[in-house]
Design a protein around this ligand. Sequence first.
Ligand SMILES: Nc1nc2c(ncn2[C@@H]2O[C@H](COP(=O)(O)OP(=O)(O)O)[C@@H](O)[C@H]2O)c(=O)[nH]1
Ligand SMILES: [Mg+2]
Length: 208
Amino acid sequence: MHMDGDNMKHCLLVGKPNVGKTSFFLNFASYLGVYKCELNFKDVEGRIIHKEYSIELAKKYLISQTPFKTKDICEINLSIPIYKGFQSFKLLDSSGLIDGISDNEDIRSSMTATIKALEETNIILHVIDASSIFLREINSISLIDDQINRYCKSKSSYCILSNKMDLEGSKKGYELLKNKYYDSYIIPISSVSGMGFKEVRMFVGRNL
Ligand SMILES: Nc1nc2c(ncn2[C@@H]2O[C@H](COP(=O)(O)OP(=O)(O)O)[C@@H](O)[C@H]2O)c(=O)[nH]1
Ligand SMILES: [Mg+2]
């Protein structure tokens, strides 16, 4: 398991492109009381670029309907109330995993960075778009989700975030997920409305 010098645990968001990882990353940071984002972008070679945004600007720059908007791993320091104090941790946003090996070199190297981060992390939040399960879109559930589930559930603290529950059709998608991944903990959330954030906070807090 990877630890920083200061023993901070790492919590990684993974999943297909466009499922709402970055929306969750920023809105959850905001939910935990962050208003100024100090973000570190880390590329596959481990080079780090530091940027500071307000949450609103970060949303404008980083959330997109275009897949692979960000190709680096992006991290932010957060803290969660536990017992009588706070426990700090790093939340990491990844750019998205897809089936197979892409022709695009940037996408390949960003997937490499994500898989590397997966191996080094303590807590894994696997984001799935519950609204697109019965569709055929880039964000629809596929083989890579089964692979993430199989690899992660045995390895570390792992849960599935069934996202976009504010949209029509997501209830049916959530039911399917509960059947398909019956032995995993699944939290229904909406990255935009904040539904389920309390449960995610408790899950992360339990595993810090
Ligand atoms: N309705 C709805 N849309 C969402 C939700 N989460 C993300 N989106 C939208 O889905 C698209 C992709 O979001 P983004 O956070 O960039 O996904 P990422 O590629 O997984 O990081 C954007 O248009 C978001 O506004 C959600 O909970 N509900
Ligand atoms: Mg993103």
